[in-house]
Structure formats: structure tokens, C-alpha cells
Design a protein around this ligand. Sequence first.
Ligand SMILES: Cc1cc2nc3c(=O)[nH]c(=O)nc-3n(C[C@H](O)[C@H](O)[C@H](O)COP(=O)(O)OP(=O)(O)OC[C@H]3O[C@@H](n4cnc5c(N)ncnc54)[C@H](O)[C@@H]3O)c2cc1C
Length: 312
Amino acid sequence: MKNGIHGIIIIGGGLSGSYLAFKLKEKFQDLLIVEKSKVLGGRLCTKPVGSGMADYGCQYISPKSKELISLVSLLEKKSLLKKIKISPKKHVYISPYGMNKIPQYLSLGVPSIINSYVNKITRKTGIWEVKVGSFSYFAERIVLTMPIKQVSSLIEKSLVEKYTLPKSNYKQFYTATFLANRAYSKNIFDNSESLSWICNNKLKGLFNEKNVYTVNFSSELSIDYKELDYESRVKAMGKILNFNGFDSIENLDIHYWKHAFSSKQDHISHFFDEDTQIGICGDSFSIGQADGAIISSDKVYQKLLSSNSLED
Ligand SMILES: Cc1cc2nc3c(=O)[nH]c(=O)nc-3n(C[C@H](O)[C@H](O)[C@H](O)COP(=O)(O)OP(=O)(O)OC[C@H]3O[C@@H](n4cnc5c(N)ncnc54)[C@H](O)[C@@H]3O)c2cc1C
């Protein structure tokens, strides 16, 4: 770092931000990740549930692009991903230690500041100022990696520039994690009218002693639940869980996804502005989901490498 100015600040430590750090760290030392949550991972997220653990965002990776296929192959060699069969014709990759180990592995060795919500970015005399509350970090270049609505609102309140960015329609719903018995289903993945997704993390391959479930409530039910206070919401969810065959529910915890994932997306591959040295990547670009996150991150990496001023 020269005079308190970093080479590149990556805002967001999810899959795209950590993959960018992974690629850049081989050639470039002076990186910083600034992440709003208490852990890195973004929507590749895992949490303790009783004595076990559950993935409560992305459950598995099913790579389509050459960029993600190559990353999956590397992560498989490191035992961070494992191929499992989920139907006669479909194989997917899960992480036995939890999906959040992937961004944590990719970002190893790169300084990461957690619990730091970036509320403003400004550019003065060729340097970016990245504000976290009243504290400022400085960098020659920045890359934003969050869902595009969050990117747009940060840009709107920070900059005079108007960038043309994709518009993504993210699904929104509640997710719940809990320990339970469910006598009649021995499936790894399942669904019903009220629960668009049911996953038994133990059967999936996470190292769990007991059955730890992750379920997504349907978007319709989630809209109704949003209107309720916390206690009534949990009570209503409990009834639906019982109706779906769960009993002896313990350690119930819920999370609302405002930007879960978008489907059938085909957007521009990434964003990079040479003049102001700002890049934007993440799953709002390209074909979306984990593939979009990796493809766009790779494209921004190429731009940063070819950018004439990128020197250690
Ligand atoms: C329930 C669910 C199921 C999914 N299923 C699949 C699937 O089957 N297959 C698949 O490929 N994908 C799936 N996905 C999508 C996949 O998880 C995402 O596409 C991918 O993880 C996106 O990575 P990202 O880095 O682009 O974004 P994120 O993971 O969202 O990372 C952005 C990071 O930026 C941080 N951040 C945001 N704002 C700020 C700020 N102002 N300051 C600092 N930090 C900030 C966030 O905390 C986050 O860590 C699923 C997602 C969910 C939620």
C-alpha cells in the first residue's frame, strides 16, 4: 500500500469477490476485501444449527460455463467440493464442510475487513474513497460485486456518473433452518406446494450427526409472512412445517432473501470503466447464479490485468 492507498478494493466477499481476489492475488499483492457481513461467503452461506450445520443459501453448484467447470475441478481436488447424484440423470457438486468454505478458501491470504457496510464511494483526483460509516479506505481501483440493485443504489447516492447496467429479477422468500425428524422422506432434496425447496443437509453430505434441514417457503407464503410480527411468523411457519411431515423441530432460525437468485437470465457479461477504473461483477451479469458470478468476475479480472496502470 502506497501512502494509505490500496491497489484494488473489492466490495463484497461472496463468490464473485473472492474469486476475483483468488485470481488477482497470484499477480498482485495490494488487495483489500470489504464485506458487510460478519463472515465472508455472501449467498454461499453456512451456519451452525444445534450441534450441526446447514447451508441456507446456495445448496449446490451445477456448472455450465468453462470458467466455473475449471474452478469446480480445482475445488474438487482440494476436497472442498464433492460430486453427488441427485437424480438418475443429474450430478451436482456440494461442499461437505459447508458452501461458505469456498469463498473463504478463495480469499485466503487477502486482507478482508468484515462487518463493514460500504455506504458511499467517491472519486477525487484519480483515487477512490470507500466509506464505511465515517471511516474511509482509499484505492486506485474498485470492484463492486453485490446484486445489481444494491450496486445501483450505492452508485446513485455516491456518483454523478450514470452507468448502463443490467436489471435482474431476483426471487424473494423466507428460508428456515432447523433440526427435525421427518419419517416419511428419505430424499436429499424435496419440495411441496408450500415449501419450494426442502434439503436434508445430512443426506446431502454435510458432516452432521442429526438431520438438519433447510427449507424455502414459497414466494406466495413469504409475502404473507412479511406482514406478520416475528412471533406470529414463526408460529405460522411451524404449522406449515408440521403439515409437511416435520416433527420434534429444534433450533429453528429464519432468514429473508431479498436477492436470492434470478433464473433464465442472459445479460451483458460484466462492467468495467477504463477512465474511472471501476469494475462491476456478480451474478446479475451473464447467465446468472454461480456461473454468472464467475464469468463476470473473470472478465473484470482480464480488464484489470490489461489495464495499463496495474502494477504492483
Ligand atoms: C436460496 C438460494 C439458492 C441458490 N441456489 C443456487 C443454485 O442451485 N445454483 C447456483 O448456481 N446458484 C444458486 N444460488 C445463487 C448463488 O448463491 C449466487 O449466484 C452466488 O453466490 C452470487 O455470488 P456473488 O458474489 O455474485 O454475490 P453475493 O454472494 O451476494 O456476494 C456479495 C457480497 O457483497 C456483500 N455486500 C453487499 N452490499 C455490501 C456493501 N454495501 N458493503 C460491503 N459488502 C456488501 C454481501 O454481504 C455479500 O457477501 C442460490 C442462492 C440462494 C440465496
